[in-house]
Design a binder for this molecule. Structure first.
Ligand code: PHE
Length: 315
C-alpha cells in the first residue's frame, strides 16, 4: 500500500485511492470495523498500520501540492524588465481644484474663509439682507421652503450676515458653499455653489472692489489682463449694486458676478454703524467659474458622479 501511495502523482488519484482505503466501504474501514474479532496483538498492529497509512497519504498530498506549486512557478517566468501595469489613480474633482485656486487667491488678498449652514433661517437668507417678507426681490430666487421659516440657502450672502453678526469691526471674509434653487437645465442645477466676498472697513470704496476682482480674475484664468464691464444692477442688499462682465476670448461679454456696496440697512441689521463702517460684497457661481476655466458646458456633469467624465475632467 505504502508503495502504491508513493506512485500516485496527482491529487485526484490520491483522493480516489484514499477513498478506497478510508471511505465508507474502504479496505481499512472494514478491517477497523472487524477489530473486535482480533486479539490484542493484532489490534495493536492494525492501529499502527492505520496511523502509518494516514500519515503516508498526508505526506504524499503535501509532496504533490508542492510539486504542483513548483511546476506553476517554473512556468510563470517573471520578466523584470517589463513596465508595471499603470495604477488606477483617482483624480481631484474639478470643483475641488478650482476651489483650491480660488481660496489661494482670495486668501492672498487677506480674505478669510467662512462657511455657514445650508439650511438657513429666513433672517440670514433674506430679512437681514434687506429683503423682508413683502419684498418683491424674494421672487428673484426660486426658493425651497422648509418648515419653521427655514429655507435651503439660496445664496451664500447668508454667510456675510453670520460674519457681520460676530464681528462689529473690520471684516474681510469669503464664504463658500452649496446653494439651492428650483431650477434645472444645462447651466442651472437645483444645487450649485457660490462664493461670496465681503470687505467692511472705514475707507472701503467701489474701486477697491473692482481692483480685487480684476486681479482675482487675472490670476484665476491665468491671463495677463482682463477687460471688465461694470453695469448697474439691483440687489436688495447693495447700494449701489453692479454686475461685472468679463471679455471672454476677445469677443464675448460674460456675466461673471453680482456685487455692490453693502446697503446701510444690512449693516444696521447686524448692529454695525453705517456712519462709521462701509464696504462691498460680491458673489459668483463657483461652478460657473470652473465651467469657464475648464471649458465644460453642462453643470449637471459636476454632480453625476460619472467616473469616466470626472477622470477626463480631472486631467
Ligand atoms: N447673492 C447674489 C445672488 O445670488 C449675488 C451677490 C452677492 C450680489 C453679493 C451682490 C453682492 O444673486
Amino acid at each position: 500500500m505504502q508503495e502504491q501511495i508513493r506512485n500516485v502523482n496527482t491529487l485526484e488519484e490520491l483522493q480516489t485511492l484514499y477513498a478506497s482505503v478510508f471511505g465508507k466501504n474502504g479496505t481499512m474501514t472494514i478491517r477497523l470495523k472487524e477489530m473486535k474479532n482480533l486479539d490484542n496483538e493484532q489490534r495493536a498492529a492494525l492501529n499502527l498500520e492505520n496511523t502509518a497509512l494516514r500519515e503516508a497519504f498526508k505526506n504524499r498530498q503535501i509532496e504533490i501540492e508542492n510539486a504542483v506549486m513548483m511546476a506553476g512557478l517554473e512556468k510563470q517566468k517573471l520578466d523584470m524588465t517589463l513596465n508595471p501595469e499603470s495604477e488606477n489613480f483617482g483624480t481631484l474633482h474639478p470643483l475641488t481644484c478650482s476651489l483650491a485656486d480660488i481660496s489661494y487667491i482670495l486668501e492672498s488678498f487677506g480674505y478669510e474663509l467662512r462657511t455657514g449652514p445650508e439650511i438657513e433661517d429666513d433672517w440670514h437668507n433674506f430679512t437681514a439682507l434687506n429683503t423682508p417678507s413683502y419684498h418683491p426681490a424674494r421672487d428673484m430666487q426660486d426658493t425651497f421652503f422648509l418648515p419653521n421659516d427655514n429655507v435651503m440657502r439660496t445664496q451664500t450672502s447668508a454667510i456675510q450676515i453670520r460674519s457681520m453678526d460676530e464681528s462689529k469691526g473690520p471684516i474681510k471674509m469669503f464664504g463658500i458653499g452649496a446653494t439651492y434653487r428650483k431650477e434645472m437645465d444645462a447651466t442651472h442645477s437645483p444645487m450649485f455653489h457660490q462664493i461670496e466676498g465681503l470687505n467692511i472697513g472705514k475707507n472701503i470704496t467701489m474701486s477697491d472692489l473692482i481692483a480685487d476682482i480684476r486681479v482675482f480674475l487675472q490670476k484665476f484664468f491665468n491671463l495677463d489682463n482682463v477687460e471688465l464691464r461694470i453695469r448697474p444692477s439691483y440687489f436688495p442688499f447693495t447700494e449701489p449694486g453692479i454686475e461685472i462682465d468679463m471679455k471672454w476670448h476677445g469677443d464675448k461679454w460674460l456675466e461673471i458676478m453680482g456685487a455692490g456696496m453693502v446697503h446701510p440697512n444690512v449693516l444696521r441689521n447686524c448692529n454695525i454703524n453705517p456712519d462709521e463702517y462701509q464696504g462691498y460684497a460680491f458673489g459668483f457661481g463657483w461652478d460657473r467659474l470652473a465651467m469657464l476655466k475648464y471649458g465644460f458646458d453642462d453643470i449637471r456633469k459636476f454632480y453625476d458622479g460619472d467616473i469616466r467624465w470626472l477622470k477626463m475632467a480631472g486631467k
